[in-house]
Design a protein around this ligand. Structure first.
Ligand code: DOR
Ligand code: ZN
Length: 356
């Protein structure tokens, strides 16, 4: 039996408020525990989006009642909320800036709208940026100009990881995360391949990339600070519709997929501990969780099945994938929170990592 520290996922979408048919703080944090995570940081692209004190209260009240693991809530950067977002920083996980298109309404196109946020948001927390390709270069310039930490969400391209590597070498305060789906899945370019599957189930932002991009991520593991799931549940009916929303669930598949890569010799156990515990804890300034650990049976081989998951969305892009390594038990702050497929802590056991 392998013992790991409580894992931290700095990037999840729990859909509360506004879309609890996809997920809520109860189902999402249950999925987190089943996946070996004891802290999740929830994104603000909900309905309504979390961008001021009253919308933040909606999310935090729901979380307080329903969360089963510890959590933090991001606030979203809007065109006019730089001052209030900064004043709420003590109660949130960090500031999320949507600078490229994705699911939801939060998006800042004009770079002059980025400036007040870079001026005002406290340097004790990173600004997390959804920024792809050249937008990423722009936000890294901002980090350099304002000399403040930024964290780049879901890096997927070769040009992006090489840019971040170069920025780090020049002392710019940039950290980054990569998602399992961008490490294990490749875009299907041939039309023949494309016809075989329902396309909606492969829609995700950033899009799945080429083999060359995937190889570049694996070749630059030392540049990757965190593995984050970008757990983005949408129901199967939504994914198979004519207008499928982008996003994959990931909380319950990340650790088994990454442990399988350890077994294959592509990663080390130390990579898992640093990128899923120590680094996110440091980058997001998260509290220690006393008497907290995860027990994993390293030798169990099994197939991933959506029917065994706690996420409410009812599917996974990794259905039937063979993995090696199963979460047996999660102890959270002295209590057995998960054991052999069962959640054993009540809704409301989870605490806000910012202490309110
Ligand atoms: O695929 C995605 N889905 N990418 C995002 O950035 C947002 C997410 C969502 O909220 O569904
Ligand atoms: Zn996301």
């Amino acid at each position: 039996m392998l013992k790991l520290p409580g894992l931290i996922d700095p990037h999840v979408h729990l859909r509360e408020p506004g879309a609890t048919h996809k997920e809520d703080f109860d189902s999402g944090t249950s999925a987190a525990l089943a996946g070996g995570f004891t802290i999740v940081l929830a994104m603000p692209n909900t309905k309504p989006p979390i961008f001021d004190a009253s919308t933040l209260k909606l999310a935090l009240d729901a979380a307080k009642q329903k969360a089963r693991c510890d959590y933090g809530q991001y606030i979203g950067a809007g065109p006019e909320n730089a001052k209030s977002a900064a004043s709420l920083s003590g109660t949130v996980a960090g500031l999320k800036m949507y600078l490229d298109s994705t699911f939801g309404e939060l998006r800042l196109d004009d770079m002059s709208l980025w400036m007040p946020h870079f001026e005002k948001y406290p340097r004790s927390q990173p600004i997390v940026a959804h920024s792809e390709s050249r937008t990423m270069a722009a936000v890294i310039l901002f980090a350099a100009m304002y000399d403040r930490p930024i964290h780049i969400a879901h890096v997927s391209l070769k040009e992006e990881i090489l840019l971040i590597k170069a920025a780090k070498e020049r002392g710019i305060k940039v950290t980054c995360e990569v998602c399992p789906h961008h490490l294990f899945m490749v875009s299907q370019v041939s039309s023949e391949e494309r016809g075989k599957r329902k396309e909606g189930r492969r829609e995700v932002r950033p899009r799945l990339a080429t083999q060359q991009d995937v190889d570049a991520l694996w070749d630059n593991l030392d540049v990757i600070d965190c593995f984050a799931t970008d757990h983005a549940p949408h129901t199967l009916a939504e994914k198979d519709s004519d207008n499928p929303p982008p996003g994959f669930p990931g909380l319950e598949t990340a650790l088994p997929l990454l442990l399988t890569a350890v077994d294959d010799g592509r990663l080390t156990m130390n990579d898992i501990i640093t990128k899923m515990h120590s680094n996110p804890r440091k980058i997001f300034n998260l509290p220690e969780q006393p008497e907290t650990w995860v027990e994993v049976d390293e030798s169990t081989t099994y197939e991933i099945k959506a029917s065994e998951q706690f996420t409410r969305c009812g599917w996974t892009p990794f259905e039937d994938w063979k993995v090696k390594g199963k979460v047996r038990k999660v102890i959270l702050r002295g209590k057995t929170a998960f054991e052999d497929g069962k959640i054993l802590v009540e809704a409301g056991y989870g605490r806000n990592v910012r202490g309110s």
